[in-house]
Ligand binder design. Structure first.
Ligand SMILES: Nc1ncnc2c1ncn2[C@@H]1O[C@H](COP(=O)(O)OP(=O)(O)O)[C@@H](O)[C@H]1O
Ligand SMILES: [Mg+2]
Length: 424
């Protein structure tokens, strides 16, 4: 799939998923509101019936009740009765009325004492006794001053009850959640796989590119050697044979380098430590790179700690680390630039920093810079040779020495790699 198509696909899929989630939330809120309205209505009717039954019980059927039920708060109702209220009758009627309507919810009631202006006799009726202590009945029901007899009913578990009434919605939300998680995970895997395959394709392209030159040189040279007139010119035979030999050696070198690093044992690289003066080692590496540096007229500035900076390390790997970093600084900078190399002491160890003013690395690429086979894929990478194994190797080896490596970089400004290696 093309890069753009992939991105579009992901954006659309995320948008539609977000849409579904928003709609789900909207409907849950709607359903909750509806259920609550239904609940309030049923309760109002049930309580009105209770009030009427109490009047019947008192043999006072002539009193008419106009809107006796008042909802004081979301889960507290009071019911005007205009007559004395018998607590046992009230509890019985409340229970039967609610049960009759299929409302199986805990409640607590209290009866208002007009003379003393306070709530008396409350009781908690429900399946779960723990609420009795939790809500401490009698004290919770507030007395509202009314010039009338009334009783109050409180539903402490109303919201939970309402919540469980939404069982279908809860179930479908759970399903939706699982779907969303599953999708997110799938995207993650797809993107990761895509990256991997891109990196692999890049690597194969680089490799072919790097091998093409020596292979075609060898092909041409051997063709010359097959010509009949060449027999008479031993000097030429020698020259072409030498070209074949050295190109072959280069090929072999490259293959070995790739094989060696590709099979590098991340978990436990072998080190042969000796005492090394970092300053001396750096000078030696730079000396060996003289020809490469001259080709691009690149200058190296050294700002080394005056005294010897000795640490215990593997000299071969340390040489390779420096070689790789200086090689990168050289490769990814324009001609005639300057590379600044500094060493100093820091926290029982040495800091080596290698600074260039080259093309720099973007934030996104910086995250992957130490990955195996990773090369920045924008720009003219193929003009600059490499396998994307250098920094991978550097990181493994620095960490094998129990050191740290980080980089500061700004696109088009340059890059600085800082390595810290402990003395021991
Ligand atoms: N000093 C630097 N300046 C800019 N980009 C760099 C620098 N060093 C490394 N990079 C980027 O990091 C990638 C990985 O580096 P490396 O592992 O050494 O692989 P290679 O040099 O073989 O490409 C390079 O391809 C390059 O894009
Ligand atoms: Mg490199």
């Amino acid at each position: 799939m093309k890069r753009g198509a992939m991105r579009l696909f992901i954006v659309l899929a995320s948008l539609s998923l977000t849409g579904i989630v928003v709609i789900q939330i909207f409907w849950i809120i709607r359903a909750f509101d509806l259920k609550e309205k239904q609940f309030n209505q049923s309760i109002t009717i049930a309580l009105k019936n209770v009030a009427e039954k109490i009047l019947m019980y008192n043999n006072n059927p002539n009193t008419t009740l106009v809107n006796p039920v008042q909802q004081v708060s979301s889960n507290y109702y009071i019911v005007m009765v205009n007559d004395v209220i018998d607590a046992y009758a009230l509890e019985l009627y409340l229970k039967t009325e609610l049960e009759h309507r299929g409302i199986l919810v805990d409640f607590e009631y209290g009866i208002y004492d007009k003379r003393n202006d306070k709530m008396v006799y409350g009781n908690y009726v429900g399946k779960d006794d723990t609420y009795i202590s939790k809500y401490n009945s009698r004290s919770i029901l507030p007395a509202l001053t009314r010039n009338n007899y009334y009783f109050g009913v409180f539903f402490p578990t109303k919201s939970e009850y309402m919540f469980w009434q939404l069982d279908v919605w809860i179930f479908s939300s759970l399903v939706l959640l699982i779907v969303v998680i599953f999708f997110a995970y799938t995207f993650f895997v797809i993107l990761k796989q895509k990256r991997l395959s891109e990196v692999q394709t890049d690597f194969i392209n680089n490799m072919t590119h790097e091998f093409k030159t020596p292979i075609s040189t060898i092909a041409i040279s051997s063709e010359v050697l097959m010509r009949e007139d060449i027999i008479a010119q031993p000097q030429k035979i020698y020259n072409y044979a030498r070209i074949i030999h050295s190109e072959n050696a280069r090929l072999k070198n490259q293959v070995e380098r790739v094989l060696q690093i590709a099979s590098l044992d991340e978990a436990n690289p072998q080190l042969h430590k000796t005492i090394i003066d970092i300053n001396e080692l750096l000078k030696k590496v730079i000396e060996n790179m003289k020809i490469n540096l001259q080709q691009k007229s690149t200058q190296i500035l050294l700002s080394l700690k005056e005294k010897a900076l000795e640490i215990s390390a593997d000299s071969v790997h340390l040489t390779n680390i420096f070689y790789n970093l200086i090689d990168n600084a050289l490769k990814y900078s324009p001609e005639q630039s300057t590379i600044l190399i500094k060493t100093k002491e820091h926290k029982k160890g040495a800091i080596i920093s290698i600074q260039d003013n080259g093309i720099g690395i973007s934030k996104e690429d910086k995250k992957h810079i130490f990955d195996k086979f990773f090369r920045v894929s924008t720009g003219n990478v193929h003009n600059i040779k490499g396998f994307g194994l250098g920094l991978y190797y550097v990181k493994i080896m620095v960490e094998a020495h129990k050191g740290t490596i980080d980089l500061e970089t700004e696109i088009n400004e340059g890059t600085t790699f800082n390595i810290w290696l402990p003395y021991e």
